[in-house]
Design a protein around this ligand. Structure first.
Ligand code: PEP
Ligand code: MG
Length: 575
């Protein structure tokens, strides 16, 4: 029997493939804290345990806020943290929660949910703008409280090979589940370049997105088959179907190989470099397995989120050292790109986070956080001279480069005065993620040593498509001719300034994207490790002029669909 997943049935859920592969295992449904919590009855003998859970959740939330405030300096954020702390410690909240637990004999997760929700309702009815701001705080705290007191959040057991089914998930949560044995991911929301999906790809976890109502239809522990190659989830499969998929799985495992016999050059000898994007230590084995020539993008946000906060200079140094020791070639470390969809624990809420306080904008305001990261990176760069490169995220105006360069120079001076060696020639580069940088590339490029194109954000900001919004996912087209035109302009501006250009967005790991990028003359591509073999095969089996011809035609097309058609023909002709 062969599945087609044309539409949802009782035993199949149609979804969109975001990371290919097949996975078979027990489902693990993760309910988000923000979901409505139903009342669960408890016995009198359980009252104390539920009250204790509340107290320890409260202590842990307060502790998290204290840690968070340690790295933040600006006044408005400090005020928000203080306001949140007051809400968490409010005696009225505690009194109401305990009353529901003791008198109504209902579970603490429901008691917390109910208490906060009724306060939120009262504020909503008031109609005041000031109170509306408080609602966001209250909802945020409610969800964090609930996930702390919920059994499924604190005692969730991950069966080996579990297929996670969630509405959405943070990258850190995903890595935690992966380290405990999860082997597949099914999301109701998200886009192909949303952050958690990139990590799933990198870890080699098959992933489906836009799996409508999956958390409602699937139950934890039921056996499921995730077929990300065909784009669907099979619930309660028969023995016959299980056997068929187990065989497919065996075949797929032997077909992934990282053969580099042809050398890193096109058929006619034009060199290229293929590197890996990395965020977690758990990804490193794949980086060497796939024979990457370096780490082209080391995302560092995981140091700030998740179970293990590693904000201190020493902790950061240990993380960067692990990355350098366990990889070969250059390691491009990007400064914290907090904001957008990478703001898991930030108390500061914005109406448009992707257009807001993100990346360099936040770092230049949060000097303590910035300086601790610079100190760690510059120290490590001095130890591994010639291997580290420094990358700045979310640059949109030239002045930001001047400001960050000033900070870097000051930190290098301070390190030298304290006798710590530095890398005097440390290359400093910026991400090209905002159209303003592509359009005025020359002016940005002449101030730095390299440009690294972040096609995920460049696509998002060029096509005005939130990269994580499932409602408009079909509009997220990273090889849209308009995006390619901006990339071509970037190369032209950088050439004039004598600055190197590379690409580290998902476009680099896409066959159509990689082929066009080579045609534009970009021969340094960084991608999720699993994409390396296919891109290597494509680039090493064609001549440079084949890529040039494709790229030249691509920018003049009117749509991504036209480019897909052109690429199919090109691939056949040049094979
Ligand atoms: C990008 O925007 O393409 C990129 C590589 O950065 P991130 O995905 O971390 O935003
Ligand atoms: Mg980006």
């Amino acid at each position: 029997m062969s599945f087609s997943f044309d539409e949802n049935t009782e035993t199949t859920i149609k979804a969109r493939s975001a990371a290919s592969g097949i996975s078979i295992g027990p489902a693990l449904v993760i309910k988000a804290g923000s979901q409505k919590i139903s009342p669960t009855a408890i016995t009198e003998s359980e009252i104390e345990a539920h009250k204790e859970k509340f107290c320890s959740a409260r202590a842990s939330l307060v502790q998290e806020l204290e840690k968070m405030s340690g790295g933040l300096q600006d006044k408005s954020t400090a005020e928000i943290i203080e306001a949140q702390q007051q809400i968490i410690e409010d005696p009225e909240i505690k009194r109401t929660v305990f009353e529901i637990v003791e008198k109504k004999l209902l579970s603490v997760d429901f008691a917390v949910y109910e208490t906060f929700s009724s306060f939120i309702e009262q504020l909503k009815e008031s109609g005041s703008e000031l109170f509306r701001q408080r609602i966001i705080d209250l909802e945020d705290i409610r969800d964090r409280y609930v996930s702390k007191v919920c059994d499924h959040a604190t005692e969730l057991k991950v069966p080996e090979g579990a297929i996670l089914v969630a509405s959405k998930i943070s990258p850190t949560e995903l890595v935690n589940y992966y380290e405990e044995g999860a082997g597949g991911l099914v999301l109701e929301k998200g886009g192909i370049t949303s952050h958690a999906v990139i990590i799933a790809k990198s870890l080699g976890i098959p992933c489906l997105i836009n799996a409508d109502k999956a958390t409602k239809v699937v139950s934890s522990n039921e056996m499921v088959i995730l077929d990300a190659d065909k784009g669907g989830l099979i619930l309660d499969p028969s023995d016959e179907v299980l056997k068929e998929y187990a065989e497919k799985l065996k075949g797929a495992q032997v077909s992934v190989k990282a053969d580099r016999a042809a050398g890193f050059e096109t058929k006619d000898g034009f060199p290229f470099k293929l590197m890996a994007n990395v965020e977690f230590e758990a990804e490193l084995p794949r980086v060497s397995e796939m024979k990457s020539q370096g780490i082209g993008l080391l995302r560092t946000e995981s140091l700030l989120f998740g179970k293990k906060l590693r904000k201190d200079v020493e902790d950061q140094e240990a993380f960067y050292t692990a990355m350098l020791e366990n990889s070969e070639g250059p390691v491009t470390i990007r400064l914290f790109d907090i904001g957008g969809d990478k703001n898991a624990r930030r108390p500061y809420k914005e109406a448009n986070p992707f257009l807001g306080w993100r990346g360099i904008r936040l770092l230049l305001d949060e000097k303590k956080l910035l300086r601790s990261q610079l100190k760690a990176i510059l120290t490590i760069a001095g130890k591994y001279t010639g291997r580290v490169k420094l990358l700045i995220p979310m640059i949109s105006v030239v002045d930001e480069i001047d400001q960050i360069r000033d900070e870097i120079e000051k930190m290098q001076g301070a390190l030298l005065s304290s006798g710590t060696p530095i890398d005097e020639d440390l290359p400093i580069g910026i991400m090209v993620e905002v159209p303003s940088v592509a359009l005025s590339a020359f002016h940005f490029a002449k101030k730095v040593d390299f440009l690294s194109i972040g096609s995920n954000d460049l696509t998002q900001y060029t096509l005005a498509v939130d990269r994580g919004n499932e409602k408009i996912h079909t509009l997220f087209q990273h090889y849209h001719p308009a995006v390619l035109k901006l990339i071509k302009m970037t190369v032209k501006g950088a050439e004039k300034a004598g600055t190197n250009v590379s690409v580290c967005g998902e476009l680099a790991g896409d066959e159509i994207g990689a082929a066009c990028l080579m045609g534009f003359g970009i021969n340094e591509l960084s991608m999720v490790p699993n994409s390396l073999p296919a891109i290597y095969d494509l680039l090493s089996s064609r001549n440079k002029k084949d890529f040039d011809e494709l790229a030249e035609k691509a920018v003049d097309l009117s749509s991504s669909e036209e480019l897909e058609q052109l690429f199919r023909e090109w691939k056949d002709q040049t094979a």
